[in-house]
Each structure stands twice: as C-alpha cells, then as structure tokens.
Write a protein that binds this ligand. Sequence first.
Ligand code: SF4
Length: 108
Amino acid sequence: MNVGIIRCAQTEDICPGTMCFKVIRERKLAFEPYKNEDIEIIGYVTCGGCPGKKAIPRAKMMIEKGADTIVISSCITRGVPIGFPCPFSETIKDNIEKLNVNVIDWTH
Ligand code: SF4
C-alpha cells in the first residue's frame, strides 16, 4: 500500500507527525488491518490552511506520485491533539473520495 497523508495545517507547529509515523511503522490503530502489508509513505502534506482547499490538489499530486491510498490524519477528523476537529473534514473527505482512491479517515 502506498499512502499519501494529509494533516491539519493548524497543528503543524505543535505536532511533527510523530504519532502518525509511529502507528504506520508499528501497524497500530488505523493501520492494524494492514499488518501484513508493506506500507510506503509517498508524501506527508498539510491541507494548506482553512478551509482546506489545497487538500484536494495535494491529494491528486500524491496520487500522481504513486499513492493508492489517501490518509486523512486524526488532527483533521478527530481533533487530535488540540481537541478541535476540522469543521471542513467531511467536505475534504467527500472530495478526496471523488478521486477514486482508497481513503483512510483517521490515524490514531
Ligand atoms: S481546513 Fe481543517 S484541517 Fe485545514 S487548517 Fe483548517 S481546521 Fe485544519
């Protein structure tokens, strides 16, 4: 599986993505179902800032670079770690799903 990860631009200064990389490496939480698969990280990008419009072209870019799965990280969908889920997360997810790619909508 080749994953392209999108995270919230507003958490960039307080989280370098450590837990996202850890759960992928250890096949925990969102990645537990893939414990028998190789996972290559194609890219790790932000949504570009509110309202997240750059998430879509950046998802397309990662697909062009070989991603078969787009991961929307938990900072967007669950508000981890600042306790504030993205108010645009459903729109972001809906539009990425239109790209006909596998979508995982959380990380940890
Ligand atoms: S659009 Fe959502 S994911 Fe992007 S910076 Fe704003 S709150 Fe974060």
